[in-house]
Design a binder for this molecule. Sequence first.
Ligand code: ADP
Ligand code: MG
Length: 597
Amino acid sequence: MTLRLLPEPLVNRIAAGEVIERPAAAVKELVENSIDARAQHIDVVLRGGGRVLISVSDDGKGMSPDELTLAVERHATSKLPDDDLVNIRTLGFRGEALPSIGAVSRVCITSRADGESDAFSIKVDGGRKHMVMPAAHGKGTRVDVLDLFYATPARLKFLKTLKTEINHVADTLKRLSMAHPEIAFTLTDDDRTRFQYGRLEGNLLNMRLERLSGVMGKEFAENAVPVSSEREGLRLTGFAGVPTLNRGNARAQYLFVNGRPVQDRLLMGAVRGAYQDFLARNRHPMVALFLDIPRETVDVNVHPSKAEVRFRDAGLVRGIIVGGLRRALEAAGHRASTTVASAALGAFRSGPVHHADERHRLSRPLQSSGGGSAIHANSINEAMEVVDVPSAQEGAAVDITAEDSYPLGAARAQVHGTYIVAQTKKGIVIVDQHAAHERLVYERMKESLAEDGVKRQGLLIPEVVELEETAAERICAKADEFRELGLIIERFGTGAVVVREVPALLGQADISNLLKDLADEIEEFGADLALRERLEEICSTMACHGSVRAGRRLGAVEMNALLRAMEATPHSGQCNHGRPTYVELELTDIERLFGRR
Ligand code: ADP
Ligand code: MG
């Protein structure tokens, strides 16, 4: 065997294997180049799902003939002017995309540099570079990729069906377009326009919501709350769907770091953590979150396709996402998704579903004095009892005609021992009493967890847990934080920890497993959130057991107290599994049902 340097075309083909795994990856690279070139319009055309042709045109700054020849060379980039890998401002920087694509297909790049009158083009054919030629072209650049992977038949075999590949391209382009509402995007495949997003101008928040509405659907825009959070130089913005607007998979979660779409485990985990006490395990929220973080604290150069990133302080990142999302959802109060009422109406009739105008409800302030006093409690146990037997008097006489009357109205009846029917100023509300009550108990428990700390329970015989030395160190470094959560631990020689007290909520938990999980999670996220989340999960189970069962008869006072408590309690629009706790039908909806409108 002879040791030798591989010839350039082969090197590029190997690189292409990493960077360009399917048509969508080529589209991503080309469109990112157009964005980096400050284009205002980007058009993507596919034939044969991208296998026959991918064409990306932009009106960006273009390339001169010299730049054209260099652009297709390996490691040629205009984006690292100071050799500074820390401060990366562009989407590209590796100088790999064009030579890689050129190595596995037939590429023709046509471009006219900004301010020039002549255009030029260059062809690369299976890695063979041709001469630059004069060409006819308007402003900007157009890259045509023909016969992708013809030079690497093995890769060709791994491509999925046409439809799957097109969907991947659409998803990729959508993600990029969400981060750039100021750019117009179109996707056409075999002469069919898949989507077309116009250029938006003005206030970033409005632009963004409008683009998100185009990409994720009007339903998302109508049922999302704005997220805005800042901490130690990190900024989280975007929109989060209310929990009752949920999906069976996590595909409607769009995450961006410094304007770059990412599919990152840490970020996805944080979103799950933030929603976990509103949603069942198999349901997923819809979110579009934009994290802006000092460039030196994130490494985007982890993966050739840059979909994964590495954070210097993963705990901080997770914290801002969980905290920011929870705060935003809290502000949504008792609001449930508009889709709930629409779905209810849809079940009644076959005609098209009209969305009720929900906006007035969203802006209504919560009535914190309502019946809240009936369920103020200090301890978890008290909370359960007090909510069970509301003593509020004000429930009996509820004036629903007043301008600022209670959003959930006055209880009129209990039906089937399960549902409360209330009359509001604009219509009726039907409340699932068990689901609503469960949520109230749970929120109360969490509140007392936050206010009074966690009740601890001493172990009769302290438990010694053997861990790896590094794990023991990590755990002990967090001893103070754990103490706040009711877990008292101490160092016990090398590689062991002694546990003296545990949170009472945990009951007879397997302590050694708990510590091992905690050590793993600290390593992964650098945070103690895991224990807090676990406690909240337990609260949720306990709340379910401590709640008003369906089937229990309630008096008018009790029913009204429940309604007032819901208004005063954040997150009361859905139960702990993401199901709605109430449905509102407006009179106009009811009139439509009866054909009066
Ligand atoms: P990178 O984007 O990492 O720099 P690429 O291989 O994708 O590497 O592109 C190489 C270079 O070609 C870029 O740095 C840029 O200067 C130029 N280039 C590529 N596409 C365009 C485009 N659409 N408009 C203007 N310049 C482009
Ligand atoms: Mg690039």
